[in-house]
Ligand binder design. Structure first.
Ligand code: UDP
Ligand code: MG
Length: 318
């Protein structure tokens, strides 16, 4: 019997109907694998029966661990709590909604045995609406030009990380976490496995349009200050153009006199410049907002209850 432990982190927010089938599917996979496993459910302030379902499993299977937050802190924070508390030599991150097929656990472990520190599952966009697929490929195209780390469409949190990779992630202690970028930032050798997208069976996705937009902005802003620089250049370009415009108009007026009252020009100039200024202020605000949150040094989450004994997990800064 191989005594190596594989940990699985499952962020769960209102997934009551998915907990039991997911547990069964994972347990089935591991019955044919020569590793021990622990399942760590992070109950991210669910308002449904999720926590009770997890506790039922915990009472029959000592491999089931859980951490319940005091409220909903978001999936990124749930993942952080997971990384801080798992003990496995390799760690798999998967969603609770059965969209991440358990059949990939074996290929993940195989990749780990081959010596890869990150084994990444990349899905296609089958079943997603056309417009959504188009918008996301556009987003990745732009984001990859702007940020320093590589972001791949379809390659999300569903992956296996070696202990080294997890330790590396834990060194990144920022509050505003964009996991996709952080996974990419730590580097280490990686293997990608492809799989077919699965539509969600039970429960609702937690992404609203505004959450998606915020996620997209985090992706770009979290990794460098290039957007600020772009603002600076746009501002400079517009200033230059308006100087040329003023100069040409001045020459025209000096030779021909004033022919038009010029309301339109004034109003369009005011609107345009106002827009550019607001945009730039917005970008600057984003960065200042981030500084604000980081300087507060609040804990990333609060735990209401857990079955992980104090001292059982490796001590870390939270
Ligand atoms: N999730 C979470 N906290 C949240 C939102 C989502 O822990 O605030 C969990 C959710 O229960 C699921 C995973 O994150 O296990 C992915 O959520 P969802 O299916 O809504 O996102 P998508 O599959 O569209 O990325
Ligand atoms: Mg999902």
């Amino acid at each position: 019997m191989n005594s190596q432990l594989i940990s699985i982190i499952i962020p769960s927010y209102n997934e009551a109907s998915n907990i039991e089938p997911l547990y069964q599917a994972i347990a089935n996979e591991f019955s044919g694998i020569n590793y021990e496993y622990e399942l760590l459910f992070i109950n991210d302030g669910s308002t449904d029966d999720t926590l009770n379902r997890i506790k039922q499993l915990e009472s029959i299977d000592p491999n089931v661990k859980y951490i319940a937050f005091t409220r909903n802190f978001g999936k990124e924070v749930a993942l952080l709590a997971g990384f801080q508390h798992v003990k496995g030599e390799a760690v798999i991150v998967m969603d609770a909604d059965l969209q991440h097929p358990c059949s990939l656990i074996k290929p993940f472990i195989q990749g780990y045995e081959e010596g890869f520190h990150q084994v990444i599952a990349q899905r296609n966009r089958k079943g997603d609406s056309r417009i959504r697929s188009y918008l996301s490929s556009l987003y990745y195209c732009i984001a990859n030009k702007v940020v320093d780390v590589e972001l791949k469409d379809g390659a999300g949190d569903f992956r296996l990380l070696s202990r080294n990779a997890v330790e590396a992630l834990l060194l990144l202690n920022e509050g505003n976490r964009f996991s996709k970028g952080l996974f990419s930032w730590i580097g280490l050798n990686q293997k990608t496995i492809f799989y077919e997208n699965i539509a969600r069976q039970n429960g609702k996705p937690k992404w609203s349009l505004s959450k998606l937009l915020n996620y997209g902005i985090d992706g770009v802003i979290s990794f460098n200050n290039r957007p600020l620089r772009i603002c600076f250049y746009t501002g400079a370009l517009i200033l230059l153009l308006s100087l040329i415009y003023i100069f040409v108009n001045l020459l025209f007026i000096m030779t021909n006199g004033i022919t038009e009252p010029g309301y339109f020009t004034i109003i369009s100039a005011v609107l345009f410049l106002g827009g550019v200024q607001l945009l730039c202020l917005g970008v600057i605000g984003e960065y200042i907002g981030r500084i604000y949150y980081e300087t507060k040094k609040r804990p990333h989450y609060l735990i209401q209850e857990t079955n992980i004994l104090k001292g059982e997990h490796r001590e870390r800064n939270q």
